[in-house]
Design a protein around this ligand. Sequence first.
Ligand SMILES: C[S@@+](CC[C@H](N)C(=O)[O-])C[C@H]1O[C@@H](n2cnc3c(N)ncnc32)[C@H](O)[C@@H]1O
Length: 277
Amino acid sequence: MSEAKLFQDSAYLQKNQYRDSSNLDARAGLHRRFSTAVSDWQPWVFDLLQLKPGMRVLECGCGPGWLWRENVARIPANCHITPTDLSPGMVAEAEAALAGSGHQFEFRQANIQALEFADETFDVVVANHMLYHVPDLPQALAEVRRVLKKDGRFIAATNGNKHMQELPTLIPEALRAVSGSTLVRGESEMLPFRLENGRAALEPFFNTIELHLYEDSLWITEVEPLLAYAFSMIRPGESVPETAVAQIREAWAAKIEAEGGIHISKHSGVFVASDPN
Ligand SMILES: C[S@@+](CC[C@H](N)C(=O)[O-])C[C@H]1O[C@@H](n2cnc3c(N)ncnc32)[C@H](O)[C@@H]1O
């Protein structure tokens, strides 16, 4: 199966990649620890929601609920928030982490392509780094438009072509063949919903679309978190020989020693879509 197809395969996503938050945590952990951004990602996304007291919010693909966990003190009073995810493991983690938060959360397992909510239910719908996993994007966007109120906002975060573009070149050339395709490919060129094509995907559903870019890059000063990031995307059944891992570890340690760190570009942002047509 091609990388792009695997990335949209619901059995793989539910049972393997996102069975729980461990793979996602390895990736988010690298961003959290080595980001050079002025504001952390989840608070930056939260600001774009423009929540007001009493609003009804749907999150599709909530993962372990970080958007809410990292902004819990900023949620306005009486909001009703429905975090949903394809993976039951993710929903369970989000629910466990947010129990007792004092806010009204209603957790559900749900596929964005078939939402079990009435028309015009929500003031805000969020899809934070998840639309690129959806096999039928027009169907998902039609569902979002259906459940969003006419004056509602849709917040869709994604990456662009230049996101983490240095990653494949960091693997020493001699090791690329043995270390398996997963560790050496770039992340973004396979994404069907990217900064470059997101507007065109949204235009059939919304009349107003703004793109907000997130200024960031990584300056990585430790080898292990970068290795954990690379291994978080390894395919089921694939493995990298221990000798190759040792050589990669050595090459990255030498680069950090010589240059003080490893620079990786980021290219992320959020589409804010409103005025459903
Ligand atoms: C990259 S993670 C992002 C998680 C979270 N939004 C965040 O920013 O931390 C993508 C999430 O989307 C979920 N997902 C994938 N396909 C989905 C679908 N069709 N409907 C709902 N959730 C989906 C995955 O299970 C995973 O938890």
